[in-house]
Design a protein around this ligand. Structure first.
Ligand code: LLP
Length: 444
């Protein structure tokens, strides 16, 4: 699909748009100049800003948000971007200016989204381990809702609110015990997961919430996992949640909004998740069929708003061909597991392409970083024609890439560029070595 208003970066003189490289990433294209994002050649960006470098397209993020919004039109709703996926200030500002709300999980995220211009009334606060200090800060800011995950948290929040002379708006995050059919590390709605209040205990928890002095029951919440590629787990969760809403209201505790969390997957390789519009329409149909259509709806998408809007660029440093025919060939690049943890942490497969492909026979390479761990790999068994100095792009890296990066091996974190109206903006400077230990002290 050629995005509207986008010049084709194809020098063949034909009007055909260059093919999109990945479904769900319409702004990532192949052209005579190699891979482009939002019309800009990635090889040139890597050479201008240095590597490792994250590059994001603002247009792609806004298009992803619009897909949710269009399907929700005519309903009272709030899309709360789960900012853990990518919390760069300029990315947050992009969503704040678009009128998006935010899902946060720490006082640090609260400070970030506020610095980026978010209104407190558009923020929901999730997470299993909120401290009393975080509760105070969020209450003073006036967040829209606390998504509470245990009875202990209800008790503490009530105490903190009473001490401040405030009332905390709460939604109980219920664990619906449905299988999101995703990777076990990112599945959150099964009863073996630490998240949420067990479905069987939720009615009692609502009664407790309604009786506590510092709380006001606002809604019900669930989040069943991440990188979900089917609609059915969401529909199962909706059924379980609405059963509970009916029971809780019958017990005399009114519930206002439904928050269905995030979790919609993206295409990394050959996954075929529903698009956001299809998912939302099917959710709304189920909610309506159960007679709950008047309730305001909150969603907390993260990955599906930013994942396929970004890439990680890295330069090939060394090639180490294997000693014999069946030994591995290693391609050592300047990005590592500290820059992009997903492959090492989850065994995640992320596409890797040469920014400018070589017209030479491809060989099979393991793409690895400089960190001193055998688990430090970005991709395995990739067919590529490579030379030192080539720039590679790791695709679908806009979500849980930079946000999960670390300084392991005392490696400064990467720089970030956001393409805004065709202009590449450096939105995070590359970290410097002195910054790495600026907060540390030598002993006397
Ligand atoms: N809401 C809550 C309460 C969450 O815990 C999460 C993600 C989201 C919303 C957003 O989910 P999304 O739409 O992004 O799937 N680091 C892992 C993903 C961890 C997701 C954690 N929670 C990865 O790289 O795959």
């Amino acid at each position: 699909m050629n995005p509207p208003g986008m010049a084709t970066a194809d020098d063949t003189g034909r009007d055909d748009p260059p093919p999109s490289v990945l479904p769900g990433a319409p702004f990532l294209q192949r052209s005579a100049a190699g891979l482009t994002l939002d019309g800009l050649a990635l090889d040139a960006l890597a050479r201008e800003f240095g590597t490792p470098l994250y590059v994001y397209s603002q247009r792609a993020m806004l298009a992803a948000l619009a897909a949710y919004r269009q399907a929700l039109a005519g309903r009272e709703h709030l899309v709360c971007y789960a900012c853990k996926a990518n919390s760069n200030l300029a990315v947050l500002q992009t969503f704040a200016r678009a009128g998006c709300g935010f899902d946060i999980v720490s006082a640090g995220e609260l400070a970030r989204v506020r610095s980026a211009g978010a209104a407190a009334s558009q923020i929901v606060f999730s997470g299993v381990g909120k401290t009393a200090a975080e509760m105070r800060i969020a209450l003073q800011a006036g967040v829209r809702c606390f998504n509470v995950e245990s009875v202990g948290e209800l008790e503490r929040l009530s105490q903190v609110a009473v001490a401040l002379g405030r009332t905390a708006p709460v939604s109980l995050r219920v664990n619906p015990d449905v299988d999101a059919r995703t990777h076990p590390y990112i599945s959150t709605g099964l009863k073996d997961n630490k998240f949420g209040i067990a479905h069987a205990q939720a009615l009692a928890a609502y009664r407790r919430a309604a009786a506590l002095p510092g709380l006001r029951v606002e809604g019900i919440d669930c989040h069943i996992g991440s990188q979900i590629t089917q609609v059915e787990p969401y529909l199962d969760a909706i059924d379980r949640l609405l059963d509970l809403v009916e029971a809780v209201e019958a017990a005399g505790v009114p519930i206002h909004h439904l928050d269905l969390g995030g979790g919609l997957g993206i295409t990394y390789r050959d996954e075929t998740p529903p698009d956001a519009g299809t998912l939302v329409r099917r959710m709304l149909a189920r909610i309506d069929a159960r007679g709950h259509g008047r309730r305001p709806l909150l969603l907390e998408p993260g990955r599906s708003l930013v994942g396929n809007a970004g890439v990680l660029l890295t330069e090939v440093q060394y090639l180490k061909p294997g000693a014999d025919g069946d030994a591995k060939n290693f391609c050592i690049v300047d990005a590592a597991m500290n820059d992009l943890a997903r492959p090492a942490m989850y065994g995640a497969w992320m596409a890797i392409e040469a920014c400018v492909p070589r017209a030479a026979p491809a060989q099979r390479w393991d793409i690895v970083g400089p960190v001193c761990e055998s688990g430090d790999w970005i991709g395995r068994d990739r067919e590529l024609a490579l030379q030192p100095g080539d720039m590679l792009a790791v695709l679908s890296a806009g979500a849980y890439g930079m946000a999960m990066s670390s300084n392991y091996n005392s490696r400064p974190r990467a720089a970030e560029v956001l393409i805004v109206d065709g202009v590449p903006r450096l939105v995070r400077a590359r970290e410097t070595v002195p910054e790495l230990f600026a907060g540390e002290t030598l002993l006397p």
